[in-house]
Design a protein around this ligand. Structure first.
Ligand SMILES: Cc1ncc(COP(=O)(O)O)c(C=O)c1O
Length: 392
């Protein structure tokens, strides 16, 4: 075999952080030890029945066996517009302000490629969803990561950005509800974001992947609810978490028409189209009763309560329980880093968690536990951690 080297761009892409964990887990699983994997965010609940049924019906339609329209079917674009109007009071033009794609991941890696030139800066946060770094590499852009601190509710302070970076920033990428911290954005924060973006003519993207997962009666805000947001911002939405449709690969971006146009232009070359039947099923999910989405969110909230209550009971001081998403971002005990503590849990309790360092330098005193696990598994994890006696 001739070995062909990858392109410079591909060589610069970081190795998927979770790959190492998976390898370690696979090696240990062979020993027959029962491991609890609480590291991932793959929804464990089934897609609601009416959406599956809509898909079955849609597959039979001959129109879905041919190429779908480049910019998406009219029915799904209209369903997205209706959904945003109903859920957030945001009015969208289905022809100019909506782009569809195969899941949020594609939109998030696509937008920087559609907007940035080599050497431009993209503002992200530390910690953040690691794919944002990959998105910057693919766009040949630089990143500046604004720290997220518990003391400021894991919202960035734009005053931290040095002037020389600010001068070269061409994109601001946010993610609320936030993975990994579980924090929600506030109206005031979004207003300051839009004010900054307008004053500097800066495009803003909010990755709204956990849109439906707000706890304690708090409905996560859309950034587009902010006054004049559409003049600078788009929001990326996915069916993966709201409707447990992670395997179906459907997401969309809504908002500023020029960003949508650039993204659509990029996408028609890079990815072509989304299966028409998936678009029909997505339209069904968005147009039907949202009771299923509320039930999914309640399930995660109950799991959050079981986990946090259990951890507090064994002496783990949880100062910032998640207000949304399906992750708990937990400070490790004194004397540990995120990796040494994750290793302790792995070796002694046979629990796999995501070390915070995988989400950025500021994550190194945290681990992330995922709530895509049944209450019994979370309870079992708490009792295994208790047996380590680290919090006594
Ligand atoms: C913050 C965030 N954005 C985007 C995604 C990807 O979503 P999708 O399944 O739509 O590609 C994830 C998945 O875990 C995520 O955590």
């Amino acid at each position: 075999m001739v070995f062909f080297s990858p392109s410079e761009r591909v060589s610069k892409l970081p190795v998927n952080f979770f790959k190492g964990l998976d390898q370690k887990l696979a090696a240990s699983a062979q020993t027959g030890q029962p491991f609890l994997d609480l590291s991932k965010g793959n929804p464990d609940l089934p897609t609601p029945r009416h959406i599956v049924d809509a898909m079955k019906e849609a597959i039979e339609k001959s129109e879905n066996q041919a190429y779908p329209p480049f910019l998406g079917k009219e029915n799904v674009r209209q369903a997205i517009a209706d959904f945003y109007k109903r859920e957030y009071g945001v009015v969208l033009d289905p022809t100019k302000e909506i782009a569809i794609f195969h899941g949020a991941h594609i939109g998030i890696t696509g937008i920087p490629q559609a907007l940035l030139n080599p050497g431009d800066y993209m503002l992200i946060t530390d910690p953040c969803y690691p794919i944002y770094y990959s998105a910057a590499v693919l766009a040949q852009a630089n990143t500046y990561a604004m720290p997220l601190e518990e003391s400021t509710h894991f919202l960035p302070d734009y005053r931290c950005i040095p002037d020389h970076v600010l001068a070269k920033v061409r994109l601001l990428l946010l993610n609320y509800p936030n993975n990994p911290t579980g924090a929600l954005a506030t109206e005031a924060f979004y207003q300051s974001t839009i004010d900054l973006a307008k004053s500097r003519q800066l495009p803003v993207v909010n990755d709204f992947a956990y849109a439906s997962l707000g706890f304690d009666g708090r409905k996560p805000l859309s950034i587009l609810q902010t006054d004049q947001a559409k003049s600078v911002a788009v929001e990326v939405y996915t069916m993966s978490k709201t409707y447990d449709m992670a395997g179906w690969r459907f997401g969309f971006a809504v908002g500023n028409a020029s960003i949508i146009q650039a993204l659509n232009h990029f996408q028609t070359h890079a990815y072509s189209t989304v299966f028409g039947a998936v678009q029909d099923a997505a339209a069904c999910a968005l147009q039907s009763s949202q009771q299923c989405a509320a039930e999914i969110a309640h399930t995660y909230e109950r799991r959050r309560d079981v986990l946090i209550h259990g951890l507090r009971k064994i002496g783990w001081e949880v100062t910032a329980p998640p207000a949304g998403t399906f992750f708990a971002w937990l400070k490790v005990p004194k004397g540990y880093t995120s990796e040494t503590f994750a290793n302790l849990l792995f070796d002694e309790a046979h629990i796999v968690v995501a070390p915070g360092i995988g989400f950025g330098k500021r994550g190194d005193s945290f681990i992330r536990i995922s709530l895509v696990n049944a209450e019994e598994r979370l309870t079992e994890a708490v009792s295994r951690i208790k047996a380590l006696h680290v919090f006594e």
